[in-house]
Each structure stands twice: as structure tokens, then as C-alpha cells.
Design a binder for this molecule. Sequence first.
Ligand SMILES: [Zn+2]
Length: 200
Amino acid sequence: MDDEKKIEEVELREPILLYSDVIVCPVCGKKSLEVSSYLYTVDYFGRILMTRGICTNCGYKFRDVKLAEPTRPKKIIVYVQSEKQLRYLLVKSAYSYLAILEKGYEMIPGPASTGFITTVEGVLHRFQEALSIACSGADNEQCLQEKEWLKRAIDGLEKFTLVICDYEGASKVVGDDVEEEPLDDYCIGKKPEWLELPQT
Ligand SMILES: [Zn+2]
């Protein structure tokens, strides 16, 4: 009995290696890209597939995170009212589009995009990092205003709408007031040309 219990715990906590291989690197063209995929079980999400690759020749790296059992393509909407929603966990797959509607902040998927698992607050920190790079050395009025807004938002003092257009059904936000709808014209309009929707 003890052994059985132990195995169950290990399966819940430890990632399971699904796949590991050395393939041709898209950057340098040598067969030196070490790729591995792991299955994790995470509270509230269920099973998550995490894939990492690193080229031992040129140093190219990639990482992706997505739901292991994809759902239907969907639009995910979080109305952030306070700190409560900032703590919601989210998985954003590589090819999902993410935006903060009121500010026009966007994460537009590209062929080299990576997926990640974080919180709504963690998304704000990502925009903060992007802003500090975009504004480096140029602390103009708009940069200062955006920085100030992000700081207040991280402190739970701003209300805003976070939208994810999940074209593959591989993203998720966990929270009791998270809305999910079919992809609408807004999301279709944001879909990159190169990304094909799964056949339904
Ligand atoms: Zn390489």
C-alpha cells in the first residue's frame, strides 16, 4: 500500500519525460538541437506539456508550455477588478494572442514565440520588462505614464481587461469569474496569417 501511494505522489509531483531527441537546429543547421518534452501535473490545470530545446552548437534555445489535453479554440476574458484576479494562474501557449484591452498592450504570437505559466500579475511584470527595454534611456512622458500605470496595476489599484485568443485550445486561466467564449471577430482579426486554426 505504501509503495502504491508513493508512486501516485511521484506521478503528481515529478515531471514525466515523454520524449527526448537530438534534431537539426533551425538556426545553425547542425544536428545539435537537444529537445525534450515533459508532462507535469499541476493543481487546477491538470496535465501540462513543457518542451525545451537547446542547441549545443550555437546556443539557440526555445521553450513551450501548453495544456496536454487541448480544449476547443476559445477567447478567454478576465475582468481584473482587484488583487484577487491578479493571483489567477494562467497558461499561455506559444501561439496564443494576449492583450490588455484598455492599454493596447499586446503579446503577438510569432513562429519563435514561447509559452509560459504564470499569474495575471506575472503578465504585468512581463509587460513591465518589455516597457523598460523599449523606454531605456528615453524616459519621456509616455514611458513614465505607462510605468506608473503598470506599477499601480501590479498593486491592484487599476481595473483592466485581459484577453487571450487561444487558437489551439492550449491555454487556460484558472479563476471563478474567468469567461470563455468561442473565438470572435476580434480574435480572428488578431490571428497571424501563418497560423492555421485546427479543423473542427
Ligand atoms: Zn544551432
